[in-house]
Design a protein. Structure first.
Length: 201
């Protein structure tokens, strides 16, 4: 088996691939990466800080940031060493078949878990909005007011078209929309906090 530490001491240049002609621009890559880093997790940060406190919450955020930075550096060094651009190929080059299967299983669990969490957030956040817009308190049992229907409709109308996109570069438009939405949400929460402090409990 190849010793990953010995191989990583060597440096090679990434070989040209067939994807070079379709590669994303640095701007779109930055936008998509920023959206991935920020994501919906920023919505849960206030609750996390409220539960752990400012000191412990800040320490935990710092630890996670350092671990993320270390892992990203390892990925870049491994990609530069082996000349691969996919997680599966890098896992196979470092640890053989077991590494490739391990990476695939890890990605599967990560993506499924993220999708489930995303759908739960959609059900908890979007369903009350749909019910408020419907303005139909007399018939709360209507199908279109149920959480499962809202989640299914959102999956078909929003998620399905996005996952069918061939090039990830195209997601920069939805990433921009997502980042703008997060920024507006942060502004709204900050403004609302000052309003509540002024009104009092």
């Amino acid at each position: 088996m190849i010793n990953a530490l010995e191989v990583m001491t060597e440096t090679t240049v990434l070989k040209p691939t067939e994807l070079d002609s379709e590669s994303a621009s640095p701007l779109s890559t930055g936008i998509n990466l920023t959206n991935t880093v920020v994501g919906a997790g920023v919505v849960a940060l206030p609750y996390a800080f409220a539960s752990m406190g400012i000191l412990l919450g800040s320490v935990m955020v710092l630890i996670i940031a350092l671990l993320a930075d270390y892992s990203l550096r390892l990925l870049v060094r491994t990609a530069a060493t082996f000349g691969y651009i996919s997680f599966e190929h890098m896992g196979h080059a470092a640890w053989g078949t077991r590494g490739r299967v391990g990476v695939q299983c890890t990605l599967l669990v990560l993506l499924l878990g993220s999708l489930v969490a995303y759908l739960v957030i959609i059900a908890d956040s979007l369903t009350p909005i749909v019910r408020a817009l419907a303005d139909a308190p007399a018939d709360p049992s209507a199908v279109y007011l149920q959480s499962w229907f809202v989640v299914m409709a959102h999956t078909v109308v929003v998620i399905l078209p996005l996952v069918l996109i061939r090039r990830i570069d195209t997601l920069k438009y939805s990433s921009v929309l997502s980042l703008v939405s997060v920024a507006l949400l942060v502004i709204f929460v900050i403004t609302r906090s000052f309003t509540l402090d002024a009104v009092g409990p």
